[in-house]
Design a protein around this ligand. Structure first.
Ligand SMILES: *[C@@H]1O[C@H](CO)[C@@H](O)[C@H](O)[C@H]1NC(C)=O
Ligand SMILES: *[C@@H]1O[C@H](CO)[C@@H](O)[C@H](O)[C@H]1NC(C)=O
Ligand SMILES: *[C@@H]1O[C@H](CO)[C@@H](O)[C@H](O)[C@H]1NC(C)=O
Ligand SMILES: *[C@@H]1O[C@H](CO)[C@@H](O)[C@H](O)[C@H]1NC(C)=O
Ligand SMILES: *[C@@H]1O[C@H](CO)[C@@H](O)[C@H](O)[C@H]1NC(C)=O
Length: 745
């Protein structure tokens, strides 16, 4: 009866929304930001509650947008839930210091059940013993909460309340008493949290951009730096918005021979806003630092063609932006206008390759790269228009390395992203059902016996992932497990996607299997759409990591493949012994093959030419090793006609595997050459250690027997080999300590 009366009064009460003035920034009038329950800034011991129905519905599960799992082995509650037997229920937050509270956002439980809190009282305290309940002058002020389980609902206080503790006292609920929440409040000046805040360079614009603001922002960077930037469109979204890109390079309008192309993309999911803003800030940063003659930035801009796409899903961006940083929830704007999750909307090429691998056809009969696209891609209505635009963009530039920024976790995920198709288990189906409910945003959980395929370039992908995660200021510090409590990724900030949350048709797998580009996913944090006031801190966390990651485009070998007249050969394949994944040359004959330091036997093949094999050495010094090839027209006809002469030649083209062999060079001589070469390289490393100056890249071009050579990289990462292996060797391009063993991850 009392609740009914309170509801009645609450309904008739005029709503007073006063924008509280933040004392910490007196000039600005703004809503106080979230305390950081969703972002995990608020720590688990700051929560307490009257009770919990189960330990996996403990108070720390109450974070806004927390994702649960009903998996029996690894049950994780999608909310805090109270014990139904109790008479009195409350949920308490200790802000740890005096705070000006201005509002509360609540959400129901992430599960198939409809559990949510419909109304509650709010009480405040300075000592958690004496409580003051918000009152309307007549009785306690009833706040209306949720009417479904997913949509966040905000209640702002008419007057800010100064206190340290806050309690939510649920009064009515649907289903079980379960809730997730965020609290809005301004810490008072003099708060140590404020002193820790970074003071970033003042020319950067830390704000969330709507679609049109984003476009004009890009135009302003372009007019600021017209010589090194250019803006273009990848194509149109379903609603007709351009998918805008900016290219930054010494000569932005065209591909320069030998210059690798790199990409950062964001906003595949429109509500994952951090990545978009990081990419926009990166544009502004590169432009300004280039003009200010920052030598590192000048080197990057002049040596790499950098493509930056802040929003691959503009329709989703518009939808999420309207809802705003606190109320966009877990899925608002996640999908395209037509309901696709772009990141997992690419053709599934994995199973085609894996089936061929299982039949022993790779690489002799089926190539291990550039898997053909399915027929009718353009007319297939199950592929989003945005995805089609991205595919043709991926094919139209010789991209070498890229990353897509996502959100909702704090981890770098490397491919493969997909598990082998098990049609009989109906995997694809389950995923679709979940998408329809908009619940899990398409995540599936792997069964323990699904052993994922290992990508041929795994050690390189792990290196790339580590380069970002360990440079990011907080990604490797996952003290409380990952954002949603499934700490499968371990504590080092990197994970193989297929082992973690497998998906089929991912952009990363597609990029690796259909193009030359190595692509990873970088998840920037638990809160997909953080409050604007967090952007400066996010930038500081990511800036160096973005640069370091981009510098990895120069790890490995590069070169130009030409014929004997000096004409470039397009679409030649570059194969590295021991890595079952080839790359091809661009139309200008140039190629890049990302490789960890080591010694590699590299073979280049092109139709109508004799293959050539070389040893290319990747050292620890900065810059890719130059390793170019000149191919002679093949003499097939002559060899076929005169086999006797051919076998007497010094160098014979091996018709079966295409490797050139040299029967006259004795194994002993080979061995001596190899030892001499290794000695020379060790010498160089020693020199480098002493002087810490950079040596020019080394190319060694001696024909060798196909015997396997142990690269120092392998012995380094596995810890095998002699004491002279570069155990704690640091890479000079990275002014950063990389004394990690890859196998530790
Ligand atoms: C907490 O203490 C401050 C003074 O330090 C006072 O203004 C405020 O009203 C107190 N809050 C509550 C809920 O008692
Ligand atoms: C309230 O919860 C019940 C299950 O407890 C559910 O059947 C019903 O649909 C929910 N009501 C609404 C309005 O969602
Ligand atoms: C662009 O290049 C031209 C000539 O190379 C130079 O004069 C001009 O100052 C440059 N503009 C900017 C904004 O850097
Ligand atoms: C369209 O694409 C989907 C997803 O890649 C695929 O499953 C389907 O077979 C394709 N349909 C046709 C007609 O090619
Ligand atoms: C590239 O070469 C392969 C054979 O090595 C051929 O199948 C493919 O069609 C060629 N692609 C282009 C674009 O020329």
């Amino acid at each position: 009866q009392r609740l009914k009366e309170a509801e009645e009064r609450a309904r008739n009460r005029p709503r007073v929304f006063k924008e509280p003035k933040s004392k910490s920034t007196p000039v600005q009038i703004w809503k106080c930001p979230p305390l950081g329950i969703e972002s995990h800034k608020v720590e688990p011991d700051q929560f307490s509650a009257s009770s919990s129905s189960q330990y996996y519905f403990a108070p720390q599960r109450a974070r806004l947008n927390m994702q649960g799992s009903d998996d029996e082995e690894n049950m994780r509650g999608g909310a805090w839930c109270a014990n139904a037997e109790d008479r009195i229920h409350w949920f308490e937050i200790d802000a740890r210091r005096e705070t000006e509270f201005t509002g509360v956002i609540t959400q129901g439980r992430n599960s198939f059940n409809d559990d949510y809190v419909e109304s509650y009282f709010l009480a405040f305290s300075n000592d958690s013993r004496e409580w003051t309940t918000i009152h309307d002058g007549y009785s306690d002020w009833l706040f209306f909460g949720n009417s479904d389980k997913d949509t966040p609902v905000m209640n702002q206080l008419a007057q800010p309340v100064l206190a340290r503790y806050m309690r939510i006292i649920p009064q009515s609920w649907n289903g079980s008493l379960c809730m997730r929440l965020e609290v809005l409040g301004c810490p008072l000046p003099g708060d140590p949290r404020m002193q820790n805040e970074v003071t970033p360079v003042d020319y950067l614009q830390f704000k969330h951009h709507s679609y049109s603001e984003m476009v004009s922002f890009m135009k302003s960077v372009n007019s600021e730096c017209p010589n090194i930037t250019n803006i273009y469109s990848l194509g149109l979204s379903s609603k007709g918005l351009d998918i805008m890109a900016m290219v930054i390079s010494g000569n932005p309008m065209e591909h320069e021979i030998g210059e690798p192309e790199f990409r950062f993309t964001a906003g595949l999911h429109g509500n994952e806003a951090t990545g978009r803003e990081m990419v926009l800030l990166f544009m502004q940063y590169l432009c300004k630092e280039y003009k200010d003659r920052n030598p590192r930035v000048q080197r990057l801009v002049e040596g790499i063609r950098i493509h930056l796409v802040p929003s691959l899903n503009p329709d989703g961006q518009v939808e999420a932006f309207e809802a705003g940083s606190e109320l966009s929830g877990w899925t608002t704007g996640h999908f395209t206008e037509d309901g696709f999750d772009i990141f997992q909307n690419f053709p599934d090429l994995n199973n085609i390759l894996w089936d061929a691998e299982d039949k022993g056809m790779v690489p002799k009969l089926t190539p291990n790269h550039h898997m053909p696209l399915p027929a009718n891609l353009e007319t297939n209505s199950s592929i989003a228009v945005e995805t089609k635009a991205i595919i043709s963009w991926m094919k139209s530039h010789p991209f070498v390395l890229g990353a897509n920024f996502q959100g909702g976790e704090a981890i770098v995920a490397y491919p493969y992203d997909s598990l082998q198709d098990r049609r009989d288990q109906g995997y694809g189906h389950r995923e679709e059902e979940e998408d329809d409910r908009g619940r899990s945003a398409g995540y599936q959980y792997s069964e323990p016996d699904d052993e994922p395929r290992v990508v041929a370039d795994e050690s390189l992908f792990r290196w790339l992932a580590v380069s970002y995660a360990s440079t990011h200021l907080t990604m490797t510090r996952s003290l409380y497990g990952s954002c949603h409590g499934d700490a499968a990724g371990g504590t080092h900030g990197i994970v193989n996607r297929a082992k973690w949350k497998p998906i089929t048709g991912s952009m990363n797998d597609f990029s690796y299997l259909h193009t030359n580009c190595f692509e990873l996913s970088i998840f920037l944090g638990c809160d997909k759409f953080p409050h604007q006031s967090e952007l400066a801190v996010e930038w500081e966390k990511n800036r160096e990591a973005m640069i370091i990651f981009m510098e990895q485009v120069n790890r490995g070998i590069r070169g130009i493949v030409k014929d004997q007249q000096g004409n470039p050969i397009a679409n030649a394949t570059v194969s590295v012994d021991g890595i079952n994944h080839d790359v091809t040359t661009a139309t200008t004959g140039d190629y890049w093959r990302l490789l960890n330091p080591g010694e590699y036997r590299v073979t280049v093949r092109a139709e109508g030419f004799s293959p050539v094999t070389k040893i290319c050495v990747v050292g620890y010094q900065s810059g890719a090793t130059a390793c170019s090839f000149n191919l002679a027209k093949s003499n097939w006809d002559r060899i076929k006609q005169k086999p006797a002469i051919a076998s007497g030649n010094k160098r014979v083209v091996d018709g079966v595997n295409g490797h050139s062999a040299n029967s006259q060079v004795s194994t002993e001589r080979q061995r001596r050459l190899r030892i001499a070469r290794i000695r020379r390289l060790r010498q160089q490393r020693l020199l480098k250690l002493r002087s810490m100056t950079t040596l020019p890249p080394t190319t060694t071009t001696i024909p060798t027997t196909p015997e396997t050579t142990t690269s120092w990289y392998d012995s380094w990462v596995t810890g095998e080999g002699q004491s002279s292996t570069p155990g704690g060797f640091t890479d000079s391009i990275l002014d950063y300590n990389y004394e990690y063993k890859i196998d530790d991850y």
